[in-house]
Design a protein around this ligand. Structure first.
Ligand SMILES: Nc1ncnc2c1ncn2[C@@H]1O[C@H](COP(=O)(O)OP(=O)(O)OP(=O)(O)O)[C@@H](O)[C@H]1O
Length: 614
């Protein structure tokens, strides 16, 4: 790999560093032996469909092969019996008959080919569909800690590139493998039947061919895998660049970013050139080996004709069979490599599928009944990484319906507390208890469905405004959606949009302002009607009018629910029932605004600082 060797120049060193940014542990060129377990697991995906269609595919394959292999034999008959028969009497009738038979055989061969390809493609597509669905379904279940470790681009590349690389195997690969095996076996039998001496002599070149095939192709495969890996990196970088395009443009880093991209692009092109050059050298080598076989065939063939052991027609048939012999061998070598590449891809796919979500239902976990909203944190310690506690023994008691404001410096542990409450992570020590039940003992679905989360960076999905609000509760009627929007005062701005509730918004909701997105997310949460509400208040400043609207909407949203707010606005904090002041993962102060101001501690300092900046 380019990044492994010592860079020679500063330019190369920069390139090395750039590439490193997009290298993931699981990205390395895989050069492993064939793994049967993996193979069986992959092909298990075919079983449900193979049962229905495999008999037909086998029938078509055998039909195609038999008709193909019959042609050279008929040719030999045409030569030996119709064109130059031993008795010297040319028979045109026989020649026409044989020609007609050959035509019919070609037609059968063509028709069986069409159906064989059709059925294998159907199986292939179904397998890919299932595999992709399994992968997506599983990725959705994976816990936050899985995504903490991997950039989104890397996950994306796996779902797209690795699955696509299996597509080729399941459509063309499997069909070719079957045809080639049947054809090879048929040719070997025929060659030995026609003349075993000549058959064996010609097949002497097979081991040489195989050796070249496997050894050389192994090198070529690694070269192509490197190409794939470089392309993966381009894709990951592309993903990151598009996500961050606003920052890039705001900091006018387009040229620098282009340099990054260029370096990767060039590296990909170089590895493609290398792999392609190797590939080009391979073909002629196979042809030379095939040439040796043909040479042996004719030298020995002519000798056998002279000794009367072979006829001219049979030599021609023999040469046709031998011609058909090299292609499957060549393709089988290719196929073996394709299989190894597919194994590498499936290994990466199964690695994801096997990744157990670390937040999952315990055996025998029961749904939590309707939550009233009493929450306790008992001596909760939490570490994202071992040895670096983000929370150091949190004790907290919240009564149903209370609103809690979490305040503290950046990195003090506010988001971590709300992450534990929704059970996105489990505490390293201690417990989080809702209505007297440890949340690890209840089903995740029943818990999360009663907790509403409104994040700072409100995510708007592509779809209509109505769909986005309805995301809170999919079975809500249009009237309920509208009522939720009215309650948080979002109705007016929605009605001013080109198609009101049916206005299409793009992914991340770029056509909406920050405040509008906040209001939409409030409507979404209100519609879900959760018993516990978690809100990460947006830090971005918005105009006073929208600020007032949001404050009013917030009152509606919080009414009658237990709520945790990572609060940044003084107005929100002041109206909270209890303020928790965090510092370096510990609760340092608790009380109402008035009580904490009188203490003149950390909270007092924070409020003072905020006023200074306002
Ligand atoms: N996914 C993560 N992996 C590792 N460490 C993390 C992760 N998320 C947060 N941390 C660390 O945990 C500590 C607490 O972070 P947390 O996000 O809870 O702080 P916060 O008070 O919400 O900060 P902010 O106000 O900036 O959002 C920080 O030191 C942070 O670096």
């Amino acid at each position: 790999m380019a990044t492994e060797r010592k860079p020679k120049s500063s330019k190369e060193s920069v390139r090395g560093k750039i590439e490193e940014r997009f290298v993931y542990q699981d990205d390395e060129v895989i050069d492993k032996a064939f793994d049967w377990r993996q193979f069986r697991r992959l092909f298990a995906y075919m079983i449900p469909y193979a049962k229905q269609m495999l008999p037909l595919i086998i029938l078509m394959t055998v039909l195609g092969t038999v008709t193909k292999l019959a042609v050279p034999y008929l040719t030999s008959l045409a030569i030996d019996r119709a064109i130059v028969p031993e008795n010297g009497q040319t028979s045109l009738t026989l020649l026409y008959g044989i020609t007609a038979a050959v035509l019919v055989l070609y037609l059968i061969q063509w028709a069986s080919g069409v159906y064989r390809i059709k059925y294998t493609n159907i199986i292939g597509q179904k397998v890919i569909y299932d595999l992709r669905a399994d992968l997506f379904k599983h990725i959705q279940k994976l816990s936050f800690n899985f995504f903490d470790k991997r950039p989104a681009g890397s996950v994306l590349v796996r779902v797209t590139n690795d699955v696509n690389s299996l597509q080729e195997l399941f459509t063309n690969g499997v069909v070719n493998l079957m045809i080639d095996c049947v054809q090879l076996a048929g040719i070997v039998v025929i060659l030995l039947l026609i003349n075993w001496k000549l058959g064996l002599a010609v097949m002497i070149t097979v081991p040489i061919m195989f050796l070249i095939s496997t050894k050389l192709r192994q090198k070529i495969r690694i070269a192509w895998q490197e190409v794939r890996m470089k392309n993966s990196r381009i894709n990951s970088h592309l993903n990151e660049s598009i996500q961050g395009i606003r920052v890039t443009q705001a900091y006018t880093q387009e040229r620098e970013n282009m340099r990054y991209f260029d370096s990767m692009n060039l590296s990909s092109k170089k590895s493609w050139d290398k792999a392609s050059a190797m590939n080009q050298g391979f073909g002629p080598l196979i042809e030379i080996t095939g040439g040796i076989g043909t040479f042996v065939l004719f030298v020995l063939g002519v000798y056998l004709i002279q000794t009367g052991e072979l006829t001219i027609g049979l030599l021609v048939a023999f040469s046709n069979y031998v011609g058909n012999f090299w292609d499957p061998i060549n393709r089988l070598g290719q196929m073996y490599n394709q299989l190894l590449v597919a194994m590498a891809s499936s290994e990466r796919i199964f690695e994801f599928i096997d990744e157990e979500p670390n937040i999952a239902d315990k055996l025998g976990a029961k749904p939590i009944p309707a939550i009233t909203g009493g929450i306790r944190f008992n001596q909760v310690v939490f570490e994202y990484e071992k040895g670096r506690p983000a929370l150091k023994g949190i004790d907290l008691d919240v009564r149903p319906g209370q609103s809690i404001a979490l305040v503290g410096h950046t990195g003090s542990g506010k988001s971590t507390i709300i992450n534990l409450l929704s059970r996105f992570y489990d505490p390293s020590r201690g417990s989080v208890v809702i209505d007297g039940q440890d949340i690890r003992e209840v089903t995740v679905q029943s818990l999360r469905s009663q907790i509403g989360v409104v994040l700072q960076d409100t995510f708007i999905f592509s779809g209509t405004i109505r769909d986005n609000i309805r995301f809170g509760r999919l079975d809500a009627t249009d009237e309920e959606v509208e009522a939720a929007a009215r309650a948080v005062d979002a109705h007016d701005f929605i009605m001013k949009l080109p198609a009101a509730y049916n206005t299409e918004v793009e992914e991340r909701g770029n056509v909406l302002s920050m405040g509008q997105r906040q209001l939409l997310s409030f409507a979404r949460a209100l519609l879900a009607n959760p018993r516990i509400l978690i809100l990460d208040e947006a830090t971005a400043s918005i105009d006073t009018e929208t600020e007032l609207k949001i404050q009013e909407a917030l009152k509606v949203l919080l009414k009658g629910r237990t709520s945790f707010i990572v609060a940044h606005r003084l107005s929100t904090i002041r109206s909270a029932d209890k303020i928790i002041v965090l510092d370096h993962g510990e609760i340092k102060e608790t009380g109402t605004h008035r009580e904490l101001m009188e203490q003149k501690g950390i909270y007092y300092g924070l409020v003072e600082a905020q006023f200074r900046y306002l």
